[in-house]
Design a protein around this ligand. Sequence first.
Ligand SMILES: [Zn+2]
Length: 323
Amino acid sequence: MNDNPPDVHLAIYGPDRFPKPSPFAEHGYLFTVPGSWPEDTPAHTNVTDWEMAVYRTTDDGDEWQVRDVNGNRRVWGTGDSRREAIGLAFLEIARKRRIQAADVADKRKAAGLEPAPPYQVEATSSTTLVLDPARPDRIAILDHIEGVGITPTVYRVHSTDGVTEWDIPARPGVTLRTTQLGVLHIRCGCTPEDTARFEEMGQVMYYAANAMTMCWPCPKNPEELFTVDGSDYGPYPALPATDSWGPYEPISVTRATAEHIAHDLNTLNAGCGLTAQWNGADLVFAWDQRYRDDNGTQTVTPDGDDRYQIGGLWPWMRWTDRH
Ligand SMILES: [Zn+2]
């Protein structure tokens, strides 16, 4: 456990900062407690940064007090010196946040969820292009919009190499297109800043399709993404189960992903003659002569890591190889 508070930058405030009446002294200092503090709490429990004030108490000029500015305005630390009061406030906030993180972990466990949301979609960059029908050959990247009120008059733009700048009048036909690029992290240990977290792949795909122009998998992902050859199912995060992997060889998936695969088979491919049913921890595939020449079943039992090796009944394809 690392309980050394991060470096604190103090900014002086004066009587104008807090309208009267307020519990803060007229003069003091403002500083920030990062939402990621303390470092040992998981990223999905982080909060926004807190603005704090430290000042000499009005009753006792020898005592310093730390109070949060935008929340309940409670006292988090007091001390004989500014430094001591700030240090104690950081400790108390760490204690409180660790309790909250443990509480979140208990609730996730009780709900049958993984310790942390397995999917994170990170927004890496956003660019807005100005499309000018008069100059379709020229890619214009928006710098800012000039105008009166809410009506734009001119788009200030630059070229892709950043060398040339020019203005495009906001006339009819000129449109804006924003591209949002993203990276999908799956159990890779990354804790990116600007992130949306999800429990299920379906939510990820919906979010990525609607909020992103492009979203590609993080190279650190231990798992790859697979789909059924010739379909848009999934994608399913999985490990190839053999070294020399081929489409009819199994992929290894978690129980949650196995449920996703079974559900897609039974609903999206209903009537194909192949179904999947749960029998306790086992996943049983059953087919009739609509699917193959014979009737048959295949039972998939979880391995020691509670993973399911699913394959052989249809061809898999790497998600990145689809067209
Ligand atoms: Zn990652």
